[in-house]
Design a protein around this ligand. Structure first.
Ligand code: KG4
Ligand code: ZN
Length: 334
């Protein structure tokens, strides 16, 4: 059987739909919600309402682009979690009713597993087992990926996610939302060694990113007292230094895990894997540590339904279907 699956992603502020046929992604439509820009962050209630407005046009466009009709679909997949409850509810309810109407099964997908499985959309694909550094706005994890559906989190943040550290630092510096990509751009023009920030030291493969936020805040307060124009004059160097610290912290634990487990297949996934500094440094580490590295194409780093479709494809092959009783799970774990 060659499954044709419609997949829906609605966990945060992107409404996305994708069609996958026998493991090949035919469409990946993403509607980004601009409404949050004026608030400097995602407003959950507004996200839900925007999903409600976007979902039908996005799904229609995904089917049209893929040149697939409703009657050809074998299943409908959706993101069950983790994510914002109200946002997840839109995708979940839509998928359930659409599948019920068509008389086809539904597949519930874990958003973080899907970020990792985005590596199987295009070549080159990692070999099992591999280690994946999964870095997004809500998560920072080192995942041991044994097979498409068998994953084990071996390390994770004990407080903030690294994406949050990027976004909150950007906000402190007065950079517009979304902060992470803005900080990345400014960092490319600065000196990463200009300022030193302390790195949280956690046991094992765990992380802590709440300290760096506070240390940047105190550093800025002190400097601005002496020179009110400090931030404007040094914005690129501050961004480069913060980014350097965050990347160094992330990769230190990844190096340790790779050594301990003797695994040199290394991947990154999630929104922060779009960061140019992280992508570049990972290439350098590949040479230094003899790693085979896998870096997703930009369009598959941040939230998209193609990755949900890829995960759903693997689940379909395993007969892993949900029932109509399924509901969103905002804190869903890998
Ligand atoms: O995976 P994602 O799209 O949504 C979540 O599941 O959280 O990740 C969003 C996160 C945000 O924190 C955003 O600022 C960060 O990814 N991000 C970046 C870059 N692009 C997105 N952070 C640093 N540099 C980037 N280029
Ligand atoms: Zn995500």
């Amino acid at each position: 059987m060659n499954p044709v699956i419609l997949a829906i992603e609605s966990s945060c502020d992107e409404t996305s739909a994708s069609v996958i046929k026998d493991g090949k992604v035919l469409s990946n439509i993403i509607a980004t919600q601009a409404v949050h820009e004026q608030y400097g962050g995602v407003v959950p209630e507004l996200a839900s309402r925007a999903h409600q407005q976007n979902i039908i046009p996005v799904v229609s466009q995904a089917l049209l682009t893929a040149n697939v009709t409703k009657s050809e679909l074998s299943a409908v997949a959706f993101t069950r979690g983790p994510g914002l409850l109200g946002a997840l509810l839109i995708g979940c309810s839509f998928a359930k009713s659409f599948a019920l109407g068509l008389g086809i099964p539904i597949i519930e997908v874990n958003h973080m597993q899907a970020h990792i499985l985005a590596h199987f959309i295009e070549d080159p694909k990692p070999e099992f087992p591999f280690l994946c550094l999964t870095v997004s706005g809500g998560h920072t994890q080192i995942v041991l990926v044994k097979s498409p559906l068998d994953m084990e989190v071996i390390g994770q943040t004990t407080d903030d996610a690294v994406g949050e550290a990027f976004d909150k630092t950007a906000k402190m510096l007065g950079l517009p939302y979304p902060g992470g990509p803005m900080l990345d751009k400014a960092a490319a023009l600065g000196n990463p060694k200009a300022f030193a920030f302390p790195v949280g030291n956690m046991p094992g493969y765990d992380y802590s990113f709440s300290g760096i936020k506070t240390s940047v805040l105190y550093f800025l307060q002190k400097q601005v007292k002496e020179n009110p124009a400090f931030v404007q004059e040094n914005i690129n160097d501050i961004c480069a230094s913060v980014q350097f610290t965050l990347i160094k912290t992330l990769l230190k634990k990844l190096v340790q895990a790779s050594k301990d487990l003797n695994i040199n297949q290394i991947a990154i996934a999630g929104g922060v894997s779009a960061n140019s500094g992280l992508r570049h440094t990972l290439q350098e580490y590949a040479k230094k540590y003899n790693w085979q590295v896998y870096i997703p194409a930009f369009q598959y780093c941040t939230d998209n339904a193609a990755m949900i479709a890829m995960a759903a494809h693997f689940q379909f092959l395993e007969g892993d279907f949900a029932t109509q009783y399924v509901s969103p799970e905002p804190r869903m774990k890998i």
